[in-house]
Design a protein around this ligand. Structure first.
Ligand code: GAL
Length: 666
């Protein structure tokens, strides 16, 4: 039975502010089930007053929707939907599959995932399911269908979020019997015969040969490392399981809720599944932006952690905006969760500087987000996240971020359409590159994802607009392409690079493996030898202290020894070559980082004819067809460099800490 509907303004018809012709909204994540019924109208009104027009609900509410097997309690959710809709909020409804209730786990105890040691990942928090468990897949489909039947046609429901943060709490890989059986089937389909698999993986090594797919175990619990090809196959399989799980929900939502935007919220610095594949099934790819938490938890230096403790390192949020825009179909992406204050999960959880929440919001808009939604509306006084800030305090009064959301909403309205992004440089990234470097780092901390981040940062420090794109992307719209570290090079990339006329930088380990983790017969960079007349004859990783020092830069962490007719461009004092060059093409033989990387990208940008700006520490620039956006991430006031001309319509040319200036292009 469909819920009763009030005749009120359809939230779909709300006039949003627009971005290059597309809609642009601010919103918030709300949990009506956490608060007394009498409060909901007040909350909805306060959301509208804060300039919000979207609200995400329902993604963890399974135990309230279906308190007992087959007994549904819709009344409360019907009312919540009506209250929010009546206030003019467009609803993003979550499917509640990240939190299967206790009764379900008790009925199907083997639905839980198993960790690497084979231990069950039990009930009592969330994400306690195995993607490969057929029974749980059916349950996920059942609850999705129930919610979609109930609300799929409701005029207030404008969007669906599938599940919540696939992979959060390290949950993509499961080492359960269900995963093992599904892995065997996946391998059989991919390789056809055990003999073919043995040959592809090189299982003659250490007598690892299999006679049938039924003999193949998961790659955990081996005495020493399992075959890297085995791990790579398991990473691909685990990713495919996520994609299939998601697709089962998407199919139902498309059938029962046509015309609504289907989305999912990805995470930061996370490559557990292939986001290019996931995004292919979604209308909009969302991600969850926690700049301060990420700064604390990921590999930034102590100096950076301190300097940017209340702002976030200036490239963290933007990197993900551009990464997920590059993953998304038609470049449609959003921020489904935006940090509004201290979080509860990092090593240290400081409060942002006043102004940062508005800055993060407008930066997302500047990069083309169609929605920025804060997590969460009101701080919960109970359970795991009671120390996590909201737009409201636990007592229901405004927290500092509420006013910042309002000021961001005003700015968004004032800007109107920001126009298409300008395209200067592309960084090529693939998820299997990160899997490869995780499986076989060959030196501490060497990671393709972080190589991409460092290249992005180096380009962005020059004031360039940077897209992060898959190997299949159309590269002809860029003047500079950087391939930071791409071990497996698909043919399509070789073809588009052959046609590409701009400046190219290829980084170490690129073309160093085939699809089954084997060194190419003609040595790295494998298929890229069609563009780069060279061979990597030997690679080594370098401990701290083994650097080769150049003129203000050094070769650190990794070095490819190269045989080539290319010209040595950057040579260390001891004669070791860091970067080789032929025309507009370069091979960076050292790990892409630090002053060396800065030198290489600056030279490549110059060759590409790109106009660069030396930005002061902590200042960042983003240009769209209509505006230049300048963001001050430093804790000091900063002047906008003269090279960025014009008078801001928002902000001033002297930017205070956490300041933003938006300058119309002339
Ligand atoms: C996200 C998650 C939310 C909430 C938030 C806290 O990872 O999607 O449900 O836990 O973190 O920062």
């Amino acid at each position: 039975m469909a819920p009763a509907r009030q005749q009120v303004t359809n939230a779909l018809a709300e006039t949003p502010v627009s971005r290059d012709g597309a809609a642009m909204y601010l919103g918030v994540c709300y949990y009506p089930e956490h608060w007394p019924r009498e409060r909901w109208e007040t909350d909805a009104r306060m959301m509208r007053e804060a300039g919000l027009s979207r609200v995400r609900i329902g993604e963890f509410a399974w135990s309230r929707i279906e308190p007992e097997p087959g007994r549904f309690e819709w009344q409360w959710l019907d009312e919540a939907v009506e209250v929010l809709h009546a206030a003019g909020l467009g609803i993003i409804m979550g499917t509640p599959t990240a939190t299967p209730p206790k009764w379900l786990v008790d009925r199907m105890p083997d639905m839980v995932a198993r960790d690497r040691n084979g231990n069950p990942r039990g009930f009592g928090s969330r994400r306690h399911y195995c993607f490969s468990h057929a029974g749980y897949r059916q349950e996920a489909v059942r609850i999705t269908r129930a919610v979609a039947e109930r609300y799929g046609q409701h005029p207030g429901v404008v969007s669906w979020q599938t599940d919540n943060e696939y992979g959060c709490h390290d949950t993509v890989q499961s080492f359960s019997p269900a995963a093992r059986d599904a892995f065997r089937r996946w391998l059989a389909e991919r390789y056809g015969s055990a003999q073919a698999l043995n040959a592809a993986w090189g299982n003659v090594f250490w007598s690892m040969e299999y006679r049938s797919f039924d003999e193949i175990e998961l790659p955990n619990l081996t005495v020493t490392e399992a075959n890297p090809a085995h791990w790579l196959a398991f990473r691909r399989f685990s990713s495919d399981q996520v994609i299939a799980f998601n697709r089962a929900q998407v199919d139902i939502l498309r059938e029962l809720s046509p015309g609504r935007v289907i989305t999912h919220n990805a995470m930061g610095f996370y490559a557990g599944y292939d986001h290019h594949d996931l995004a292919a099934d979604l209308d909009v790819l969302g991600w969850d932006s926690y700049p301060l938490g990420f700064l604390e938890m990921f590999r930034f230096s102590d100096a950076e952690k301190l300097a940017f403790a209340r702002q976030g390192q200036p490239d963290i949020a933007a990197f993900h905006h551009d990464l997920y825009r590059g993953c998304a179909r038609d470049e449609r992406w959003s921020v489904l969760e935006q940090q509004p204050g201290p979080v509860n999960w990092a090593r240290h959880n400081p409060a942002p500087l006043p102004g940062m929440v508005a800055l993060w919001t407008l930066e997302a808009i500047a990069h083309g987000a169609e929605l920025v939604s804060y997590f969460r509306w009101r701080q919960a006084p109970f359970a795991q996240e009671q120390m996590h800030a909201g737009l409201l305090r636990p007592d229901g009064e405004p927290a500092p971020a509420l006013a910042e959301a309002r000021s961001a909403a005003d700015a968004v309205e004032q800007l109107g359409e920001i126009g298409a992004p300008l395209r200067d440089a592309a960084v090529v990234f693939a998820y299997d590159a990160e899997w490869m470097t995780q499986i076989q780092p060959q030196g501490e901390g060497l990671s393709a994802l972080w190589a991409a981040f460092d290249c992005y940062r180096a380009l962005r420090k020059l004031g360039l607009n940077v897209d992060i794109v898959p190997p299949s992307a159309d590269l002809s719209r860029y003047r500079l392409v950087v391939v930071p570290c791409l071990p497996i090079v698909p043919d399509a990339l070789v073809r588009s690079l052959e046609a590409f006329e701009g400046a190219l930088v290829v980084g170490p380990r690129s073309g160093s493996r085939d699809i089954d983790f084997r060194i190419p017969d003609k040595l790295p960079p494998g298929p890229l030898q069609l563009l780069l007349p060279m061979k990597v004859t030997r690679s080594e990783s370098l401990r701290p202290g083994l650097e080769h020092v150049g003129d203000g830069w050094s070769i650190a962490r990794w070095l490819d020894h190269v045989e080539t007719v290319m010209e040595p461009e950057l040579v260390a004092q001891d004669g070791v070559v860091a970067c080789w060059k032929a025309g507009l093409r370069r091979y960076l033989a050292a790990w892409p980082q630090g002053a060396l990387l800065d030198q290489v990208v600056a030279r490549a940008a110059r060759d590409a004819g790109l106009r660069t700006v030396e930005l002061p520490e902590g200042l960042r620039l983003r240009r769209s067809a209509r505006y230049s956006f300048v963001f001050n991430y430093s804790a000091e006031a900063q002047d906008i460099p003269d090279a960025i001309s014009g008078q801001p319509i928002i902000g001033t040319r002297k930017l205070p800490q956490a300041g933003i200036a938006i300058i119309p292009n002339r």
